[in-house]
Design a protein. Sequence first.
Length: 140
Amino acid sequence: MIKDIKSIFCTEEIYSIYSGCMYEPTFEKFNAKAVNYQNDSSVSLYGYFKNEKIVGIIATKEKGEQIEVLGISVDIKERYFGIGTRLIEYIRDTSTKPIIAETDSNAVMFYKKCGFDIEEKVVSKSNVSYNRYVCTLNYK
């Protein structure tokens, strides 16, 4: 079951799952992000519940004519059971706007499996170059 979790997003339980999609996560960084998400009316936060326990999370932001995935993560013990795919399908099925996400090589295959078109780009920061992937799922 998927439910809105915006009002309960700032918890250790949610951090333990959502930190999986954060760069160098700390609870303090998560807490600051969570407060910003909760105060932003264009951000939606959904949790996937299994036996009344939250096991997957997706954060999205409505940006004009598209929905951006800010983060998606599934409890490590619950991965590979289709929970992330169901979260993406929920967003797709409740909107008529294209969905976009930017990710690294670790998650690009997940988005490809969900039907996203993938565009690779090279990003340079502090004289270091790395690949990022812009993933787009157009409304059908």
